[in-house]
Every structure is written in C-alpha cells, then in structure tokens.
Design a protein around this ligand. Structure first.
Ligand code: HEC
Length: 183
C-alpha cells in the first residue's frame, strides 16, 4: 500500500512538471506572435532582442515618432546604376524576395500598400505607386530611405542588400509610379 502511494506521488509530480512545461511554451508562442509586427523592422534593435522575455513585451519602446535620418545631401547622391530592363528585373526580384528587400510585405506588389498585412504594421506604408509623390523624390533620397529605413517602422535595406542591389530596387520602384487617375 505504501508503495502505490509513492508511485501516485511520483505520477502527480510528473503531471505538474509537464503542465508547467506546456504552459511555458504556450507563453513563448504568444510572445513571439506579438512581436510579429516588428518582424521586418530592424532585426538588431533592442526590442527584438527581448522577444522571449515576457516582462519586456509590455514595455516596447514607442516607435511612433521615429522618422528618416538621412545624410544632409542624401538627395544629391547620384545613381551609379543606369536603369535598364536587366536592372529593373533584378530590382523586382529583390523587392519580392523575403530574405532581401521583402518590400512587398508592406508596400504590396503595386507599391500602393499590402492590404492583407496592414493590420499587422505599426505604420501605414507610404504609397510608392503615387506618381506625384515619387517624382518629388530624387534617386538619392530613395536610395538612402531604402538603405537606412526607420527604426521599428521600415527595415534598413543595407543589412540585407549590397549597394548595387539597393540601386536596382530604386530603378525598379520607379516603374511602379503610375499616372494619377484621369478625371
Ligand atoms: C515593415 C514594413 C515596410 C517594409 C518591409 C518596407 N517599407 Fe518602405 N515604408 C514603410 C512605411 C511605414 C513607410 C512610411 C514611413 C514614413 O514616412 O512615416 C515607408 C516609406 C517608404 C518610402 C518613402 C516614400 C516617401 O514618400 O518618402 C520608400 C521609397 C519605401 N518605403 C520603399 C521601400 C522599399 C523599396 C522597401 C524594400 C526594400 C521597403 N520600403 C520596405 C514600411 C515598410
């Protein structure tokens, strides 16, 4: 009789341990999905380093005021890669490729915004299919914006793409700008 009580206690202890382990893994999943919004944002930012620490999940830094921090003469940087069918094709590939630009995740295939992902984004992406808007930006400005991004809002392209690749992306997004609808 004493023996079976002992076995019962052991089983009870195992059950408690198992449910604790299950709870911990559920917790971890919940946690990583809350940070999904930042998935594309600056992966080395301190926020993402603390994804698995539940105590930090609540106190995310406020990204809402973050904006471009470009060199003063960003707009004067000249595009060294002449636009061509080849460059545009490379740029398109990078724009779509998850491990490279992954621009499509936020800006969508047309550049007007990825409706499906909108609810997961911290900020509504700029409409880079807007001809007037794009005409107001030099290649240099586009290049620097793509290279540096905005912390927590748009990833820094320089972390995943070479200089030349980023210029191909500039050449490609120029092709997304469509004439505004005629009245
Ligand atoms: C995580 C979402 C996200 C990803 C990924 C992303 N962007 Fe953005 N992008 C934004 C947001 C949000 C803005 C608007 C930022 C602002 O001005 O407040 C923006 C702005 C821009 C602008 C500036 C437009 C203007 O009028 O100033 C350009 C150009 C741009 N993105 C191109 C790209 C390209 C090219 C890629 C891929 C290499 C890319 N973005 C990837 C979210 C994203």
């Amino acid at each position: 009789m004493r023996n079976s009580a002992f076995v019962f206690l052991i089983l009870l202890a195992v059950a408690v341990l198992l449910s604790a382990a299950a709870f911990a893994s559920v917790n971890q999943n919940a946690n990583s999905s809350t940070t999904e919004r930042g998935q594309n944002a600056n992966t080395s930012s301190p926020t993402n380093r603390s994804i698995n620490d539940p105590s930090k999940a609540q106190s995310q830094p406020d990204f809402s005021k973050n904006t471009w921090e470009l060199p003063a003469d960003a707009d004067k940087t000249k595009n060294p890669v002449p636009t061509s069918d080849e460059s545009i094709a490379k740029g398109k590939e990078l724009y779509l490729e998850r491990t490279k630009g992954n621009c499509v995740f936020c800006h969508g295939e047309t550049g007007a915004g990825n409706e499906a992902n909108l609810p997961r984004l911290r900020r509504k992406p700029a409409d880079i299919s807007n001809k007037e808007r794009m005409a107001a930006l030099t290649d240099g400005e586009l290049y620097w914006k793509i290279s540096q991004g905005i912390t927590g809002i748009m990833p820094a392209g320089e972390k995943r793409m070479s200089e030349e690749e980023r210029w191909h992306v500039v050449n490609y997004i120029r092709t997304l700008a469509k004439e505004p609808a005629k009245p």
